[in-house]
Design a binder for this molecule. Structure first.
Ligand code: UDX
Length: 428
């Protein structure tokens, strides 16, 4: 099939590369000429395991352009995969999606299926259709479909190729079946439903996962107070199939480009309809509180905080990515700086991005230079190399051997036995 993908962010680039791998001819479009020129040279705008190889392998089937007209006119199916960043009030900013819809209206040259992969408020499918209609000079037939994306950064290709389900939102059965053809090679459950339900499935799914995280963080906070171990509690509660063990890792809370944005957007959608979403609001509040809790743990371990040397391990919002969007590290580091701490930090992938955002931090080349002379080591991302670090060496290098383990990567007993002061999450 001839497929256009508009937007080469995480979703667009992974979708384009994977669809090419499934045998389709892909044109990836982005208004950012620099990004496109780099991609033509094989330079990727993001760090995603396996993506570079996938693009190389499918070089012949994937083209990059900054000319929207080309992407639209040479494709039968067009994926919209542009960003919907949050506005100040938490609402999704739909400018990019609307601009793409305008462009489709302007350049459409025959029947097209337009598939929205950007996360948009419920009802946006109809708005996309009306924008296309009002920008068409000559009338052509088209259909707008919602096909929400569930991939996770760091395992995006695996997630694309092995989805739990594919959701296709369109009321015309024949169009739904045509879109389903694209995903048939993935051999998974394909659900064809109405467009509004499809749009809502994305918000409901991400909000539920975020709810699981805030829930287990709340349980962790209670565990700490009553002397229980949240790891055991989560693992055993998760054995109940109705609960499920995934996304029950207590820690410093969730960040990234999806959960905070999507939960906030759903809160706004509900409020817009005069409904007060109490659970969703609590999910966000608890997540914010968890970042403060990490700061309080550092205070608890050090007593006074001003002028102390803190070493932060992990800046990316999760391992295997260089993404620092809404990462817990940013809030925590800024709070530490505000309170007069000296902060050193290291992340295996996110240093370049971090340097652009975090001012006043001393960025180090590895774990051990962060540890040197630090009075408290704070773990904020569970990278494997942190788990495997030489704790004896770290202890010798630190001025005061203390760890606040915001991702529960170390065994408390073992670390304490080595002579560290140690505070984790939800277990003593
Ligand atoms: C998420 C969804 O998983 C994915 O389906 C959707 O398409 C996009 O949003 P992503 O943001 O890439 O993916 O990361 P994810 O692995 O879901 O983690 C999100 C955040 O939750 C991270 O900050 C992570 O550290 C945190 N998290 C995750 C926890 O704190 N505990 C957990 O048990 C799981």
């Amino acid at each position: 099939m001839k497929i256009g993908v508009v937007g080469v962010g995480y979703v667009g680039l992974v979708t384009g590369a994977c669809l090419a791998d499934l045998g389709n001819d892909i044109i990836c479009v982005d208004i950012d000429k620099k990004k496109i020129n780099n991609l033509k040279k094989g330079m990727l705008p993001i760090f995603e395991p396996g993506l570079e190889e996938l693009l190389k392998r499918n070089k012949k089937r994937i083209k990059f352009t900054s000319i929207l007209r080309e992407g639209i006119q040479k494709s039968d199916i067009i994926f919209i995969a542009v960003g919907t960043p949050p506005k100040e009030n938490g609402e999704a900013d739909l400018t990019f999606v609307k601009n793409v819809a305008k462009g489709i209206g302007k350049y459409i040259n025959g029947y097209k299926i337009i598939i929205d992969k950007s996360t948009v408020p419920v009802g946006m499918g109809d708005i996309i259709a009306s924008i296309i209609n009002s920008n068409m000079k000559k009338k052509y037939q088209f259909d707008v479909v919602s096909c929400p994306e569930f991939l996770r950064e760091g395992s995006a290709i695996h997630d694309f190729m092995n989805p739990d389900r594919i959701v296709i939102g369109i009321s015309k059965k024949e169009v739904g079946n045509k879109v389903a053809e694209i995903f048939k090679p993935l051999n998974t459950k394909i659900i064809i439903t109405d467009i509004r339900s499809a749009e809502m499935i994305k918000y409901a799914s991400n909000s539920f996962l975020a709810t699981k995280i805030s829930f287990i963080n709340e349980i962790a906070n209670i565990c700490e107070r009553v002397g229980a171990n949240v790891k055991v509690v989560a693992e055993v509660a998760g054995l109940d199939k109705r609960i499920g063990g995934l996304f029950l890792e207590a820690g410093a809370g969730f960040g990234g480009s999806c959960f905070p944005k999507d939960v906030s957007a759903l809160i706004n959608i509900a409020k817009h309809e005069d409904y007060e979403p109490l659970i969703l609001k609590a999910v966000m509040e608890t997540n914010k509180l968890q970042r403060k809790n990490i700061f309080n743990k550092i205070k608890q371990i050090l007593g006074t905080i001003e002028g102390r040397q803190i070493g932060v391990l992990g800046i990316a919002f999760k391992p295997n990515t260089d993404d620092i969007r809404d990462a817990v590290s940013i809030d925590i580091i800024n709070l530490l700086l505000q309170k007069g701490c000296n902060v050193k930090a290291f992340d295996p992938a996110a240093m370049e991005n971090a340097k652009k955002v975090l001012k006043g931090v001393h960025f180090c080349k590895d774990i051990y230079s962060v540890a040197e002379d630090s009075e408290c080591l704070v773990i904020l991302t569970e990278w494997n190399e942190f788990k495997e670090a030489d704790l004896n060496k770290i202890k010798k290098l630190m001025k005061n051997p203390a760890i606040v383990d915001g991702r529960n990567i170390y065994d408390p007993k073992f670390v304490k036995k080595l002579g560290f002061k140690y505070i984790g999450i939800g277990r003593n």
